[in-house]
Design a protein around this ligand. Structure first.
Ligand code: ATR
Length: 280
C-alpha cells in the first residue's frame, strides 16, 4: 500500500482524506490517504527521506500553517509554487522532494467547470492579499485577465502584491485599494469578483460590498466553502448575480494533486460526490 496524505495543523477537519480515498477506492488503486498533524518543528524529521520511505509516503498535500515553511525542504519547486511562494502538493520521487502548487490551477478549473467562466480578457477584483489571494491572483493572471484590482483591509499588503505580480505579468493593469476606499468604477467594470479572505467563514461577518454596482452578467466567487453559501454569495443571489461557491477549488486542487502523485487522471465524480455528501 502506497501512502499519500496531508500535513497541517489542525488537520482533523480536512476533507481531503474523504475525497482522495474515494478516488483510490473507485479506481481500485493500492493507495491510502492519511492526515498528519504536525508542529512546524516536526517538519524537518517528518520530511526526511528516511521517514518518508519508512512510511512508504509517495506524496503529500500541505495546508495551513505549513505551505510556506516546507519550501526549504524541496529539492525542486515548480514555477507556479515559486511565483505563489507556497507549496500545497509534494511529490516524493526517489530521494527527492518536488514542490508544486495546484491551488491556482484548481481554482481556474473550478471557475471553468463549475461556473463556465473564462477569465481571458475579463476585469477581475480580488478581495484579500494573503496566501490564498496569491494563488487566485496567479491563476487569473495566468488565465490572461485584462485587468486586476486587489482590495484588502490592509492597503500596503494589496500594494505589495500588485507590485510583485506586476513584475511577473507586466502587460496586465494591476491596481490596489483599501477595502473601504474602492472607487465605484472598479465595481462597475468588474466581470469577476472573488473573496479570498476568511470573512464569511463559519458565520463570521462579511464587509458589505456594493454588489449592486456590478454588471448583470458578473460572477461573484468565494473560496470559503463553510458555509456553502457564504454571506457574499447569498448577497449576490439576492441581486440575481451568478454565484460560484468555494468547494470547487478544494475539489480541483485535489484532482490535480492526484495526477501529480499517480500520473493518472482521477475519477472526479466520486471525489465530488463524497465532498458534497460531507458539505451539503
Ligand atoms: P489565507 O492564507 O487564508 O489567505 P492569510 O494569509 O492570513 O490567510 O490572509 C487573510 C486575508 O484575509 C488577508 O487579506 C486579511 O486582511 P489583512 O491583510 O488586512 O489582514 C483578510 N481578512 C481576514 N479577516 C478579515 C476581516 N475581518 N476583514 C477584512 N479582511 C480580513
Amino acid at each position: 500500500m502506497k501512502i499519500v496524505g496531508i500535513i497541517g495543523n489542525p488537520i482533523k477537519h480536512s476533507l481531503s482524506p474523504i475525497m482522495h480515498n474515494a478516488a483510490f477506492a473507485a479506481k481500485k488503486m493500492p493507495y491510502l490517504y492519511m492526515p498528519f498533524e504536525l508542529q512546524t518543528e516536526e517538519l524537518v524529521s517528518f520530511l526526511s527521506i528516511k521517514n518518508l520511505k519508512q512510511k512508504n509516503i509517495v506524496g503529500l498535500n500541505v495546508t495551513i500553517p505549513h505551505k510556506e515553511a516546507v519550501i526549504p525542504f524541496m529539492h525542486t519547486l515548480s514555477p507556479t509554487a515559486k511565483a505563489i511562494g507556497a507549496v500545497n502538493t509534494i511529490v516524493v520521487k526517489g530521494s527527492k522532494l518536488h514542490g508544486h502548487n495546484t491551488d491556482a490551477a484548481g481554482y481556474m478549473m473550478s471557475l471553468k467547470k463549475e461556473a463556465g467562466f473564462n477569465v481571458k480578457g475579463k476585469n477581475v477584483v480580488v478581495v484579500g492579499a494573503g496566501g490564498s489571494a496569491r494563488a487566485v491572483i496567479y491563476g487569473v493572471l495566468s488565465g490572461k485577465c485584462a485587468s486586476l484590482c486587489i482590495v484588502n483591509r490592509t492597503l500596503e499588503k494589496a500594494q505589495q502584491l500588485a507590485k510583485e505580480f506586476g513584475q511577473l505579468f507586466p502587460k496586465v493593469s494591476i491596481e490596489a485599494y483599501g477595502l473601504n476606499l474602492i472607487p465605484n468604477p472598479v465595481f462597475k467594470n468588474c466581470d469577476l469578483l472573488i473573496n479570498t479572505t476568511s470573512m464569511g467563514l463559519n458565520g463570521t461577518p462579511m464587509t458589505v460590498l456594493p454588489l449592486e454596482l456590478l454588471k448583470k452578467k458578473a460572477l461573484v466567487s468565494d473560496i470559503v466553502y463553510t458555509p456553502l453559501i457564504t454571506p457574499l454569495l447569498s448577497a449576490a443571489r439576492r441581486l440575481k448575480l451568478k454565484a460560484h461557491p468555494g468547494w470547487g477549488m478544494l475539489l480541483y486542487q485535489g484532482v490535480l494533486a492526484f495526477t501529480l502523485w499517480t500520473n493518472k487522471q482521477p475519477p472526479v465524480s466520486p471525489m465530488k460526490q463524497h465532498l458534497q455528501a460531507t458539505l451539503f
